[in-house]
Design a binder for this molecule. Structure first.
Ligand code: HBI
Ligand code: FE
Length: 303
């Protein structure tokens, strides 16, 4: 397995931030894009002052977190727990028919219960046990460079707040439901974990242009990837696995499916409303990881 240290990097353009040598070199307090209580006007919680206070309180805890310390426990309210219960219950109806077998295998390891929002610290220990990955709390959407760099060191930066109660089946940004139900079961699967790490390793010292391409590769695999199983399409991307509507859409006759070529120009990512029109369909995780590795080699050999 690759270790970040095995990538000898010639420090090139002075404008790039220094190449992180360990997770300690990746700040989780700056580089937050959308965060805390600064919600956009179309955010479901925009008019809810109490929700915004709650968000900034949870964001502050994340900013204070030091590597090596346990992730602070959040005392989630009954209202927040109801949101989690609804999301878990609804999504669980679709998993047996829509999620890939690796997800279904890993899911029971977490003992998710509608009665309790899992704490990141417990989840981080489960990841560490199976694949050596760790969770690090972060205040909000982390800049793609820092986020991808974290993957190189088997670290998943995760938000800890929950979406607004007004619409439990919708969130415009990652929240704890997305991080937990979308990402965690996949990250205990070694082949998938390698795939994510390969994208992360490629991001160390990458140019801004390369970071953007890697962000798209991450988006079309880790977030919206699908995989073929016995001639059927199944979801492994967290953006699909954490959205009831997206799971149904994926299985409908609407979207198209393509083979991923990491060297090709990738379609524009759409963040907002609506579902993906096209998904990349993988044959296996190891096959996809190999393709990503060949692309990664072009980053670390040239410029
Ligand atoms: N930040 N907190 C957080 N969670 C994510 O899932 C996340 C992120 N920043 C960027 C990101 N995901 C990716 O979609 C890519 O932009 C790398
Ligand atoms: Fe995500």
């Amino acid at each position: 397995r690759n270790s970040p240290k095995e990538h000898p990097r010639v420090s090139s353009a002075a404008v790039l931030p220094p190449v992180p040598r360990s997770i300690h070199d990746i700040p989780n307090g700056d580089h937050i894009l959308g965060f805390g209580a600064n919600l956009a006007e179309d955010h479901p919680g925009y008019h809810d002052e109490e929700y915004k206070r709650r968000r900034s309180c949870i964001a502050d805890l994340a900013k204070k977190h030091k590597i090596g310390e346990p992730i602070p426990e959040i005392n989630y309210t009954t209202e927040e727990a109801h949101v989690w219960a609804e999301v878990l219950t609804k999504l669980s109806e679709l998993y047996p028919s829509h999620a890939c077998k690796e997800y279904l295998e890993s899911f029971p390891l977490f003992n998710f219960s509608p009665n309790k929002i899992p704490q990141l610290e417990e989840l981080s220990q489960i990841l560490q046990h199976y694949t050596g990955w760790k969770i690090r709390p972060v205040a909000g959407l982390l800049h793609p460079r820092q986020f991808l760099n974290g993957l190189a060191f088997k670290t998943f930066h995760s938000t800890q707040y929950i979406r607004h109660t007004s619409n439990p089946m919708y969130t415009p940004e990652p929240d704890i439901c997305h991080e937990i139900l979308g990402h965690m079961p996949m990250l205990v699967h070694p082949e998938f974990a390698d795939l994510a790490q390969v994208i992360g390793l490629a991001s160390l010292g990458a140019s801004d242009k390369e970071i953007w391409h890697l962000t798209k590769l991450y988006w079309y695999t880790v977030e919206f990837g699908t995989i073929e199983e016995n001639k059927e399409v199944k979801a492994f991307g967290a953006g699909i696995l954490s959205s009831f509507g997206e799971l149904q859409h994926m299985k409908s006759s609407k979207p198209t499916f393509q083979k991923l070529d990491p060297f090709a120009q990738l379609p524009k990512m759409s963040y907002k409303d609506g579902f993906q029109n096209m998904y990349f369909l993988c044959q296996s995780f190891s096959d996809t990881t190999e393709k990503l590795r060949s692309y990664a080699r072009t980053i670390h050999s040239g410029n």
